[in-house]
Design a protein around this ligand. Structure first.
Ligand SMILES: [Zn+2]
Length: 81
């Protein structure tokens, strides 16, 4: 019996880790906000300075919790280097 063992090829594992977190992954952690963000303009950063961000409109209409949007924006903002 050969005892070379298995070569386990798991390239996907490398995509984990904070260095590879992108805004879509963060939004997935906020499903209620992600649903709103789907109506954002294409390429919207969802940050406080984003023009026409649907999150702002949803907050104004009282549809989402402003504190949740704040948390999301803090996380998204931390991605910007
Ligand atoms: Zn947005």
């Amino acid at each position: 019996m050969p005892t070379g063992g298995w070569i386990i090829d798991t390239p996907g594992v490398r995509s984990f880790g904070l260095g590879h977190v992108n805004p879509d992954n963060i939004l997935r952690g906020f499903p209620d906000l992600a649903a709103v963000a789907e109506t954002c303009p294409r390429g919207c950063t969802h940050l406080a300075d984003a023009p026409d961000c649907a999150l702002d409109e949803a907050v104004e209409r009282g549809e989402v919790d402003p504190a949740r949007v704040d948390s999301l924006r803090r996380l998204l903002g931390s991605l910007r280097g």
